[in-house]
Design a protein around this ligand. Structure first.
Ligand code: MSP
Length: 508
């Protein structure tokens, strides 16, 4: 199976924040899960660097747009690396290859007869880089940014979006799961059936963009330029190799702010250019701070670099995936992050790993015991462990990462209860219980091994470290879910090491 997953490419008008981290982490979780299934995965993220918004940000800093984007884009690349993203490529829309690809793509739209020159007028929100219909404004303001759009009128090239209304509606009806969750599917479909107007796909008032190939006076509208990244990247991510046939079509991750562009305009552009449509789109909600959307425009952002410096990327990945269900909005806070860190990562998981390793060290000279006849008494835990792997997998398959984590955590709690129920320190005092002690210690190690494999997509380094401490193989092939069976536990030597997640005292 092939799996091509993308994040939106982020505007480089300001510093990256948790909102960007969130989408990148979510897409990374799915990319890693699919690799564990043995799929051939390509994972793309990157930056959106043209348009008015960027040109304005550059001007405010007294820089040329090019100087500005060359300073800012690396911050987004650093963020992807800092959160542990396993992206196969990082695209910048100022890449020469992307620019040439976009020009060739719009030529296809023109050849299809879908481009016309007209005077275009509309209400434009620079923060969105998009036009709004009057009917969709709230008190005359952009519902996403709370600013009044300005009337913009220019002679531009139009893409005849209206021509695609019926084909889009038909496609939506034939593919009811194409946009998830259902509420966003309904929103996109109703947007289509309310009537689509043709859209301007070029600008003559700005110069910071990709020139329209047949008219150097105009640049291509930043959203058209940006959407095409999902295709262009495949043409040059590997020098000398075109990956399009291998990976296209993609599965897109994005938040609801840019639904219309991805679920309406993008498929129409692809239809016009004769390309296959994406396999699906997952629309997630917003991270909120005190009930308000976190955004650069609102100035209420939490800095992911600061959090990662302080406590590491894995707790942040865990927290965001656990706290905010994909598809819904959710409040995030540093207090909430610390609480989950201490209660779940330090106490429930980290302690379990430490206790398991130190009991094996103390009672079995550091080696995981072989399964003896007494292991049968704990077969029920083996069944629960394998059921957990299946349940988590079904949730990951449906991009329900929070639910996958809940399934894993239920099992982590089960293993903690097993420690209390079996009380190995008591069994160790009675030679007649040696077989039962073997079984209990072995079950804890086997259970932790399955836990690590099922947690791998969310906290990859932690998962590998748990396997390493348990003396289990942990190379890429060993992480495949095909190995996630109870029986595959190696009777290896364990390592007792400092806590995986030292408890945090929250002073700051
Ligand atoms: N450049 C466009 C996207 C072009 S894609 C062809 C853009 N960029 S953006 O920098 O504004 O990023 C928007 C995306 O960042 C959202 O769709 C979402 O994935 C992520 N988020 C930004 N703020 C967010 C929150 N507060 N919460 C969750 N995700 C957020 O739009």
């Amino acid at each position: 199976m092939r799996y091509y997953v993308t994040t939106p490419i982020y505007y480089v008008n300001g510093e990256p924040h948790h909102g960007h981290a969130y989408t990148t982490i979510a897409a990374d979780v799915l990319a890693r899960y699919h690799r564990q299934k043995g799929d051939d995965v390509f994972f793309l993220t990157g930056t959106d660097e043209h348009g008015t918004k960027i040109a304005q940000a550059a001007a405010e800093r007294g820089l040329t747009p090019k100087q500005h984007v060359d300073q800012m884009a690396p911050r987004y690349r650093e963020l992807a690396a800092a959160v542990g993203a396993s992206n196969d490529f990082f695209i910048r829309t100022t890449d020469r290859e992307h620019e040439a690809f976009v020009q060739a793509f719009v030529e296809k739209l023109k050849a299809a007869g879908d481009i016309e020159k007209r005077t275009y007028g509309g209400l434009y929100c620079t923060a969105c880089e998009g036009f709004w219909y009057e009917r969709d404004l709230v008190d005359g303001k952009c519902p996403d940014h709370g600013v009044e759009p300005v009337w913009l009128e220019e002679e531009n090239y139009y893409f005849l979006l209206s021509r695609y209304q019926d084909r889009l509606a038909e496609f939506f009806r034939a593919n009811p799961g194409w946009v998830q969750p259902k509420s966003r599917y309904n929103e996109a479909l109703s947007f289509i059936t309310q009537g689509l107007e043709d859209i301007s796909i070029s600008r003559s008032s700005i110069t910071w963009g990709i020139p329209v190939p047949w008219d150097e006076e105009q640049v291509i509208y930043v959203w058209v330029d940006a959407l095409i990244n999902y295709l262009s990247a495949l043409s040059y991510a590997r020098p000398g190799e075109d990956l399009t046939a291998r990976y296209w079509p993609a599965f897109h991750f994005l938040a609801k702010d840019i639904l219309k562009f991805h679920a309406v305009i993008w498929p129409a552009l692809l239809m016009s250019a004769g390309c296959e449509l994406p396999t699906g789109e997952l629309i997630h909600g917003y991270l909120l701070v005190g009930g308000e959307k976190m955004s650069k425009t609102r100035g209420n952002v939490l800095d992911p670099f600061a959090v990662i410096d302080e406590i590491g990327a894995e707790p942040l990945r865990y927290y965001l995936m656990r706290e905010v269900t994909l598809g819904q909005d959710g409040d995030v806070s540093v207090d909430g992050l610390y609480a989950r860190y201490n209660n779940e990562l330090a106490n429930e998981l980290g302690n379990l790993v430490s206790r398991t390793a130190s009991m094996i060290a103390k009672y079995r000279k550091g080696s995981i015991p072989q399964a003896g006849p007494e292991a049968e008494a704990l077969d029920v835990v083996a069944d629960e462990g394998e059921a957990m792997v299946r349940a988590a997998g079904a949730h990951y398959d449906a991009a329900e990462v929070t639910a996958a984590l809940e399934a894993v955590w239920e099992f982590v709690r089960r293993l903690n209860r097993l420690v209390e129920e079996e009380a190995p320190w008591k069994l160790a005092k009675d030679e007649a219980q040696a077989g039962r002690l073997d079984a209990a210690l072995r079950s804890l190690a086997a259970g932790l091994r399955l836990t690590a494999l099922s947690l791998y997509p969310v906290v990859p380094s932690t998962a590998v470290e748990i396997l390493r401490r348990l003396g289990q193989p942990h190379g890429d092939d060993d992480l495949l879910l095909a190995n996630a069976t109870w029986e595959k536990l190696a009777a290896a030597a364990v390592e007792v090491a400092p806590p995986l997640f030292p408890r945090l005292e929250r002073g700051a």
